[in-house]
Design a protein around this ligand. Structure first.
Ligand SMILES: Nc1ncnc2c1ncn2[C@@H]1O[C@H](COP(=O)(O)OP(=O)(O)OP(=O)(O)O)[C@@H](O)[C@H]1O
Ligand SMILES: [Mg+2]
Length: 235
């Protein structure tokens, strides 16, 4: 569980902060980017480890629940390096793993957080190689079911380059948000991540540049983020 001195997101979250402002902007953009389509389920991924996926996913979920009063659900689909149970201070299991194994109904894996409108499905127990669990129809059935009850479903995942499960999840959600770490994620690596998603028919909605030094994420529509001119390269 959470260390005594570790702050949960509720203690850290400042609704007047630039982070909260950027998250409101991100939500507005991803909701409207596809015009009339009802965009409700989103995957947050990145090229590699430690670029801020769980942080961005959590702040986005909290912002949408608090400021927009939307019924929000955040799901920890990073079964190798789960983090949401710590961030939201909830038990780690049961969670997504047990749902994917068919042991429990997804509605029974949903846990309350300290924010009324925000629920969480934590990762669940430990498994060394979860990739096969994301194959088949179970994941799609889980997302379909929870999507029905929530205005927004945000899925935190593993990074796309080293691990194949985010790609399988990407095909089951309305859109994908790619997180880059400012000054850290090399351009060719970001392009490789983007190409993996595009080649797998994922719908990339945008890029969030997580700027640790300024403690600020910036949102870009990926089409305008300098990727277009690189489309011909294999990078
Ligand atoms: N914008 C930010 N401001 C302050 N701290 C941040 C920010 N983004 C990330 N961090 C910190 O950086 C570390 C890595 O972030 P996080 O766990 O969100 O990355 P991740 O991409 O989910 O990592 P993993 O690949 O391990 O799942 C954490 O300690 C987190 O608190
Ligand atoms: Mg993470």
């Amino acid at each position: 569980m959470v260390k005594k001195d570790a702050k949960t997101i509720f203690e850290m979250f400042d609704q007047e902060s630039p982070m909260a402002t950027e998250m409101r902007r991100l939500y507005t953009n991803i909701r409207h980017i596809h015009g009339k389509k009802d965009m409700r389920s989103f995957l947050i991924t990145s090229s590699n480890r430690g670029e801020g996926k769980s942080t961005i996913a959590s702040h986005l979920a909290l912002t949408v629940a608090r400021f927009r009063g939307k019924k929000s659900l955040i799901v920890d689909a990073d079964l190798r390096r789960p983090r949401l149970h710590r961030i939201f201070d909830v038990p780690k299991e049961p969670g997504l793993l047990e749902c994917l194994e068919g042991k429990i109904d997804p509605m029974d894996a949903i846990q309350d957080t300290k924010v009324e409108n925000l629920k969480v499905i934590p990762s669940g127990g430990k498994i060394s190689s979860p990739a096969h669990l994301f194959e088949g129809d179970t994941l799609s059935e889980i997302i379909e079911k929870i999507r029905f009850y929530y205005d927004i479903v945000i899925i935190d995942s593993a990074p796309v380059i080293p691990v194949s499960d985010p790609m399988l999840i990407a095909n089951e959600v309305d859109g994908v948000i790619l997180v880059l770490l400012a000054g850290k994620t090399p351009r060719n690596v970001a392009i490789r991540a983007k190409n993996i998603l595009i080649d797998g028919n994922a719908t990339i909605l945008g890029v969030v540049v997580n700027n640790l030094s300024e403690v600020l994420p910036y949102y870009y529509d990926y089409k305008y983020y300098g990727y277009k001119e690189s489309e011909d390269s294999n990078g």
